[in-house]
Design a protein. Structure first.
Length: 453
């Protein structure tokens, strides 16, 4: 039996996408071959990100050892200062229909007011200091205690393998240090790229140090996992001087058990185009809104026939979308709704007519929720880059329609094609392709990688 230390910030009660991957691994890896010990953060760290349904927690085998540690926030003093000078706001999120003071579809939102001079000054100072103290990310505050405790756990429990998953990528720095001090095998799991990210380009100095830390981690690692073929190819090419056999693809997968008892038929009119999950950074549906506007003006969409729903949190940098929606006069067609539980999200997928993916400006990644979308067999509208990993998955699986993320005409055409498909099916999903992502059987890939270390 091999013993594995799993260093992760994505662990129940967190309901993050990363926690989905972590708990599926723990659930399906053979307990007769692998014994896991988790090193993670105190439950209090996760605040309002708790999985109240405990679905993810139930995946973790009872025999799994779990060590929790407090998180040291290196920038808490600046958060405190900002709170003192910033006017108190409603506790309702900006994505909530309640925030608008309106009844109905939830597409309104509280308007952002320009912050005062002192608040702007503190924000600027805070951002500058955060750039240093939170490099490469805020979890670096966990470094000292994680390395100390991780080293102890490896030595006391005779751990064979250290496994860690990112983001956050600071965990790669911690795991690399633990390996240096113990000699255990190191496996890095890339859910998203780090220095090669298409979404997070920073200053030249930041990028230089990210490349330095990443190179050190990958060089030290015994195996490196990637969630798509394109992500693996990009890193294998960038680190062509390293042994290519250390690079492996280990996709996200779905857990068929999650869907038991949740199957239902799509709702009737209006037909529901549903996006589930957070909108943040470049995951911006603005071009979809433009396409909806175009089709409405052409008389092809009306509120009694079609509705576009965005369920989940909208990050601050995209809060302008609420005003944009109203400026297009499509608030009758597009709604924003609050976060829902994991179980509710699965039920919503089945109730949807079409499921929407927004994955622009990157060819390397596939949103983890696409695997859950896939399982429901509901048609998918994927707004992504042609030739990207996301496009390839949708096309290979015959899962729906791919539209270039910034091409309004292509998106509008995709909507029309899927409306036609709902009236008269135009394609059938590839069942063998879908079954290939069942984590219950796909986990054998990870077992094989671990077995060869």
């Amino acid at each position: 039996m091999k013993k594995v230390l799993f260093l992760t910030s994505n662990f129940p009660p967190s309901r993050s996408v990363g926690t989905q991957r972590v708990t599926k691994i723990l659930k399906y890896m053979d307990p007769a071959r692998y014994q896991f010990h988790i090193l993670t953060l105190d439950e209090a760290f996760y605040g309002n990100q708790w999985d109240d349904s405990h679905v993810l927690e139930k995946r973790v085998p009872p025999a799994t050892g779990v060590t929790r540690q407090p998180f040291k926030d290196l920038t808490s003093v600046f958060t405190w200062m900002k709170a003192k000078v910033t006017p108190k706001k409603s506790t309702v999120s900006a994505a909530s229909p309640k925030a608008s003071g309106k009844q109905g579809n939830g597409s309104g939102a509280a308007r952002n007011t320009r912050p005062g001079l002192l608040t702007r000054w503190i924000n600027g100072l805070r951002d500058a200091i955060f750039g240093v103290l939170e490099f490469p990310d805020k979890y670096i505050g966990w470094y000292r205690s994680a390395v100390k405790e991780g080293t102890r756990l490896v030595r006391d429990n005779k751990i064979d393998i250290i496994l860690t998953t990112a983001p956050p990528h600071s965990l790669f720095v911690m795991a690399t240090r633990i390996k240096k001090q113990t000699g255990a095998k190191l496996v890095l799991d890339y859910r998203d790229p780090w220095a090669l990210s298409r979404w997070d380009k920073g200053s030249r100095l930041k990028t230089f140090f990210e490349h330095y830390l990443e190179k050190k981690a990958i060089t030290t690692a015994d195996a490196v996992l990637f969630v798509t073929d394109k992500l693996k190819e990009a890193y294998a090419h960038h680190y062509a001087h390293l042994n290519p056999e250390k690079f492996h693809v280990f996709y996200n997968g779905y857990d068929a058990d999650d869907f038991e008892g949740k199957q239902n038929q799509p709702s009737g009119n209006p037909l529901r185009f549903v996006h589930l999950g957070t909108l943040y950074k470049k995951r911006n549906p603005q071009k979809l809104f433009d396409a909806v506007k175009k089709l409405k003006d052409e008389g092809l969409l009306s509120a009694d026939k079609v509705r576009f729903e965005f369920i989940g949190y909208v990050a601050r940098e995209l809060s302008f979308l609420y005003d944009y929606l109203e400026s297009l006069d499509i608030s009758d067609l597009v709604t924003f709704e609050d976060n829902i539980t994991f179980d509710q999200s699965l039920q919503t997928m089945y109730a949807a007519s079409v499921l929407v993916i927004v994955q622009p400006f990157t060819d390397l990644q596939v949103p983890a929720k696409l695997l859950e979308y896939m399982y429901t067999r509901r048609p998918i509208l994927a707004l992504c880059e042609p030739g990207s990993a996301t496009a390839a998955m949708v096309e290979k699986g015959r899962l729906g329609y791919v539209a270039a993320s910034q091409d309004v005409d292509a998106i509008a055409n995709g909507i029309k094609e899927l409306l036609r498909h709902l009236e008269q099916p135009q394609f059938e999903p590839d069942e063998s392709y879908i079954r290939g992502f069942d984590m219950k059987t796909y986990i054998a890939q990870l077992d094989n990688i671990f077995g060869n270390l």
